[in-house]
Design a binder for this molecule. Structure first.
Ligand code: NAP
Length: 251
């Protein structure tokens, strides 16, 4: 069988946290697969750098969309979705990748403000985003894919991972509820992906004593991110997957 080198041709894909780490590599991967990528993140300069990487390879021109997921005014999310609607008319996929680590501390001393911030960005922001983007996903001409980003500590609680761990459990819950709501009623597929330890700024913050060279790069797990975003995974819905395992299966 000849593999389709451009499985995302003519598709519009939103990637959150596209300025750094896994999100940047995923945005570049999706653009190489033919997608027009909307780059969402907090830091405009970082998004511009990702834009330049995509432009340098003469790939479909991306769009830069600075947005802070700490925003708690729901109206801002509605306006964001309206802006995407005006420019693109629909969405074929969303990678909900942006997230923050918060503190590594026992619950007894965990800072209230940090807890609120992590839950706002990692859970509430994702909810508001997907709530307002759903009509655009449902307007996709073919199937559409939503990927939530989980973590090992979102599937098994671990001491000192505090709000981050709890927020990733909530992310799995969000994925399951949405997947069940869309089951048999929509062409929108919803899954969660745990990247596994990956060499990024967040990983270095979580494991300061670790040699970064010993941790796999984001590039290594991209086959899983591409497969799950593309029509090739059309029958996968409502599943909690591990990117490393999936990438190995696909190799
Ligand atoms: P990273 O390098 O720290 O990147 C996180 C991204 O999220 C950045 O682009 C950041 O942009 C964005 N972001 C953070 N707060 C935001 C906000 N308020 N509004 C908008 N964007 C915001 O982290 P990563 O390692 O690539 O992680 C990506 C995802 O994988 C996260 O959900 C993380 O929990 C998950 N994960 C990572 C690992 C790992 O080993 N790396 C393991 C398991 C799960 P700004 O800096 O501009 O805000």
């Amino acid at each position: 069988m000849v593999e389709n080198a451009q499985p995302l041709a003519d598709r519009v894909i939103l990637v959150t946290g596209a300025g750094y780490g896994i999100g940047r590599t995923a945005a570049l991967t999706y653009a190489r697969a033919g997608a027009t990528v909307i780059l969402l993140g907090r830091t405009q300069e970082a998004l511009n750098d990702t834009y330049d990487l995509i432009e340098a390879e003469s790939l479909p021109q991306p769009a830069v969309l600075p947005f802070d997921l700490e925003e708690s005014d729901e109206d801002k999310y509605r306006l964001l979705a309206e802006a995407i609607d005006e420019n693109f008319g629909h969405l074929d996929g969303v990678l909900l990748n942006a997230g923050v680590l918060g503190q590594r501390a026992p619950l007894q001393t965990y800072h209230w403000e940090t807890w609120q911030k992590v839950m706002q960005i990692n859970v509430n922001g994702q909810f508001a985003l997907i709530k307002h983007l759903l009509p655009l996903l449902q307007a996709a001409p073919a199937d559409a894919s939503v990927i939530f980003t989980s973590s090992s500590v979102g599937r098994q609680g671990r001491a000192y991972w505090g709000a981050y761990s709890v927020s990733k459990f909530a992310t799995e819950g969000l994925m399951q509820v949405l997947a069940d709501e869309l089951e048999n009623t929509s062409q929108v597929r919803v899954n969660s992906l745990n990247p596994g330890g990956t060499r990024t700024t967040m990983r270095a913050m979580a494991y300061p004593a670790e040699d970064p060279a010993s941790v796999p790069e984001a590039e290594d797990i991209m086959p899983a991110y591409l497969y799950l975003m593309s029509p090739q995974s059309g029958d996968i819905h409502g599943q909690a997957l591990n990117a490393r395992d999936l990438a190995e299966t696909l190799a």
